[in-house]
Design a protein around this ligand. Structure first.
Ligand SMILES: C[S@@+](CC[C@H](N)C(=O)[O-])C[C@H]1O[C@@H](n2cnc3c(N)ncnc32)[C@H](O)[C@@H]1O
Length: 241
């Protein structure tokens, strides 16, 4: 990857399509942690039709798809979607589709009014604007059945890089993967990532904006700190439609 100067500015969608930041081991730990920590709220089971928005390279899908009726993963990264298809090649219940880079709320490749469980893990910080969470909720409403459940993770409150890095280290201690986290922080890819974050800030919410996300979309959310992710400084929302 070329070094990132102002002239080589890269948006988050392009960055994630190329990134090599996380090791396979860290993706796996993160996926195992999320699936275990979300089970009480989401109660994933054999009747479920799951929509995974921003499914990444399919580590969460690999754990959940065998346990549910149907699993759809959508992501803006063609590279990650290829990895998902390869990883779950023997899982007929799983389907993966690329979202258009310039129209990432076009979910038309997946069936409407179909899903009763929705997850969106680690994607919100990559949206360019807070209003995109409203677009996400509108789009999800078209995709779900009544009484669906949804988790959106990784809201950053009044974010600073330092606070976020601190949360990542504390998560490493709490979830016993400090070695992996420090390796991550030490690596050259982290330098790339921090440069990218200085140029293309991750999306940060004010307290009022987070409160709006909790109650402003016609469904009451429940706010959860840390716990569902491996960064103790981030917030997550659970919705029961
Ligand atoms: C931090 S990764 C999380 C991947 C996966 N959800 C997980 O937790 O393992 C963020 C993912 O969001 C995808 N992404 C970035 N911008 C997106 C957008 N606007 N809509 C959907 N996916 C997006 C990236 O390609 C990447 O796969």
């Amino acid at each position: 990857m070329s070094s990132l100067g102002e002239s080589a500015r890269t948006d988050w969608i392009t960055y994630w399509d190329r990134q090599k930041l996380f090791s396979d081991r860290l993706w796996q730990l993160h996926a195992r942690h999320f699936v275990k920590a979300s089970q009480e709220l989401m109660a994933f089971g054999p009747e479920d039709r799951v929509l995974d928005i921003g499914c990444g390279s399919g580590y969460i899908a690999a754990l959940l798809a065998p346990r549910v009726q149907e699993y759809w993963g959508l992501d803006t990264s063609p590279r990650f979607i290829s990895q998902c298809r390869a990883r779950l090649v023997d899982e007929p219940k799983a389907t993966f589709e690329v979202l258009p880079h310039d129209d990432y709320f076009d979910f038309s490749q997946a069936p409407k009014g179909h899903f009763n469980k929705v997850i969106c893990v680690g994607v919100v910080p990559l949206y360019p604007k807070v209003e995109d969470v409203g677009r996400l909720m509108e789009t999800v409403r078209e995709m779900i059945t009544p009484e669906a459940r949804m988790i959106i993770t990784d809201f950053v409150l009044n974010g600073s890089i330092l606070k976020d890095v601190w949360g990542s280290i504390m998560g490493g201690i709490k979830y016993e993967c400090l070695g992996e986290k420090l390796k991550l922080l030490w690596g050259a890819s982290t330098t790339e990532y921090l440069k990218q974050r200085r140029l293309e800030k991750i999306l940060s919410f004010t307290k009022n904006e987070l409160e709006y996300a909790l109650s402003g979309y016609g469904v009451a959310g429940r706010l959860i700190k840390g716990q569902l992710g491996m960064n103790t400084q981030r917030w997550h929302i659970f919705y029961q439609f």
